[in-house]
Design a protein around this ligand. Structure first.
Ligand code: SF4
Length: 375
C-alpha cells in the first residue's frame, strides 16, 4: 500500500457532519478523503435494494453510501464497527459480503472503535502504510477536535433556529460555519475557525421574547445524528419554536469509547447512563438503550419540556427501551414521543405527530406556569 499512499481515495459512510472530521484526519496522514454525495433518496433506494428486508435503516443507508462512493471512484470504503449485542456486530461482515456479491473491487477496511486509540492507530497505519506515531496523534487530534467543534455548533444552531426572525437564516450561517471548520488544517487554525464560526452564528437575527420549548432528542445514535434518516426532525422542531438538544452525539461517544480516562473531564454520557438507568435497566443490552432510558430520567431531572425517542424499525435495543418508558412514568413526569423510522416513513404523518406533541408540551408548560404564579 506504501507506494499508493498519495493516490488512494478513502470513503466513510455519512452520519450528520462526521465527514468533516474524518476527512481532516485522512488529509493529515496523506490519504485522499473521498466524500460520497450526502445521503439522499437515491442512496436509500440503492441500499434497500441490496439489503435484507428486515435489517435496520442505518445498515441500508451505509450500504447505499458505499455503493455511491465506489461508483464515484473511491478505492477504499471504511466501515466503523463495534461489538455489541445487536446487529451492529454483524454490519461489517454483511456489508463486505454485499459489496463482494455486487462485484465491486474497492477494498474494504474496518475501524473497530472500541479498541480506542490503539484501534485508530492500527487503522491509520494500514491506510497510510506509515508507522509514524506523531503524525497519527495529530490526525486523531484534529479529527476529534473538529467533531467536538461541530457538535457545539449544532447546539448553537438549535438555539438560534428556535428563535430566528427569518426562517432559514440560522441554517445558512451554520453551513458557512461548518465550511470554516472544514477548511482549518491544524489545531491553531481550527481554534480561529471555531471562534469565527461562533461569531457567524451570532449574526442570526432572533426574537428573544419568543416562547421557546426545550426538547431532548434521544434514540439510536445514527438516527439522532443523521438528518436524512431522522427526516430532519431538529429543523422541523426549530420551525415550531423548539430548541433541541441531542442526547447522543458523536463527540459524546468519542469521550466514552476513544479518549483515555485520564483526559476526560466530568461524567461521561455512559457513566451517567449507568447511574440514572439503574432503577429501570441494570445492564447494557446493546445499541443505545441504556443511554436512552437514562436520558429520559436526565431530561426530567432538568425540567425539560419533553423528550423524543427516535429508533429504526426493528431495532432490538430501542424496542426494549420503548417498553421501559411506561414504567418510568411513575417517577418521571415528562412527555415522551417515540418515533420509529424506516424507508417507508412518510413525512406528512410524522409532522402531524410532531405538531400534536409540541401543542401538548406548550399547553402543559402554560398550565404549569399559571399554577406556579397562582401559588
Ligand atoms: S442499535 Fe438498532 S439500528 Fe443500530 S445496529 Fe443495533 S439493531 Fe440496528
Amino acid at each position: 500500500m506504501k507506494n499508493e499512499t498519495k493516490k488512494i481515495k478513502v470513503a466513510f459512510p455519512h452520519m450528520g457532519t462526521v465527514s468533516v472530521a474524518w476527512a481532516a484526519a485522512m488529509r493529515k496522514i496523506g490519504v485522499e478523503p473521498f466524500v460520497p454525495p450526502y445521503t439522499s433518496k437515491k442512496t436509500l433506494s440503492l441500499g434497500t435494494k441490496h439489503s435484507p428486508e428486515a435489517i435496520c435503516l442505518p445498515y441500508k443507508l451505509i450500504l447505499g453510501n458505499f455503493i455511491e462512493a465506489i461508483e464515484g471512484g473511491a478505492d477504499y470504503v471504511a466501515m466503523i464497527t463495534s461489538p455489541g449485542c445487536c446487529r451492529l456486530g454483524e454490519y461489517g461482515n454483511c456489508i463486505h459480503s454485499a459489496l463482494v456479491d455486487l462485484g465491486y473491487d474497492a477494498k474494504y477496511i474496518e475501524l473497530t472503535l472500541y479498541d480506542g486509540i490503539k484501534g485508530m492507530y492500527n487503522f491509520l497505519q494500514r491506510l497510510s502504510g506509515k508507522n509514524n506515531p506523531i503524525l497519527f496523534a495529530r490526525a486523531i487530534n484534529i479529527g476529534i477536535r473538529k467533531m467536538f467543534a461541530l457538535d457545539d455548533l449544532e447546539n448553537i444552531l438549535s438555539y438560534y433556529r428556535a428563535r430566528e426572525v427569518n426562517f432559514g437564516d440560522a441554517e445558512k450561517n451554520f453551513n458557512k460555519a461548518v465550511k470554516l471548520i472544514d477548511e482549518a488544517d491544524n489545531t491553531r487554525s481550527l481554534k480561529k475557525a471555531k471562534k469565527a464560526a461562533f461569531e457567524l452564528m451570532k449574526q442570526t437575527r432572533i426574537d428573544k421574547n419568543r416562547e421557546v420549548l426545550r426538547v431532548d432528542i434521544t434514540g439510536e445514535i445514527y438516527l439522532v445524528c443523521d438528518q436524512f434518516s431522522n427526516q430532519n426532525i431538529l429543523r422541523e422542531l426549530g420551525k415550531m419554536g423548539v430548541q433541541t438538544r441531542r442526547s447522543l452525539t458523536i463527540s459524546g461517544f468519542i469521550k466514552d469509547a476513544i479518549i483515555p480516562k485520564i483526559f476526560r473531564e466530568g461524567e461521561t454520557h455512559l457513566q451517567r447512563a449507568y447511574r440514572l438507568a439503574q432503577p429501570y435497566l441494570m445492564r447494557d443490552i446493546g445499541g443505545d438503550s441504556l443511554e436512552c432510558v437514562s436520558d429520559v430520567a436526565y431530561a426530567d431531572e432538568r425540567g425539560i419540556d419533553g423528550i423524543i425517542h427516535i429508533s429504526p424499525f426493528t431495532c432490538m435495543p430501542e424496542i426494549m427501551s420503548q417498553n421501559i418508558f411506561p414504567a418510568m412514568r411513575e417517577n418521571c413526569d415528562i412527555p415522551i414521543l417515540p418515533l420509529i423510522m424506516d424507508e417507508q416513513t412518510g413525512k406528512a404523518g410524522y409532522l402531524t405527530r410532531l405538531e400534536a406533541f409540541v401543542d401538548l408540551m406548550r399547553r402543559r408548560k402554560r398550565k404549569m406556569t399559571k399554577e406556579a404564579t397562582n401559588v
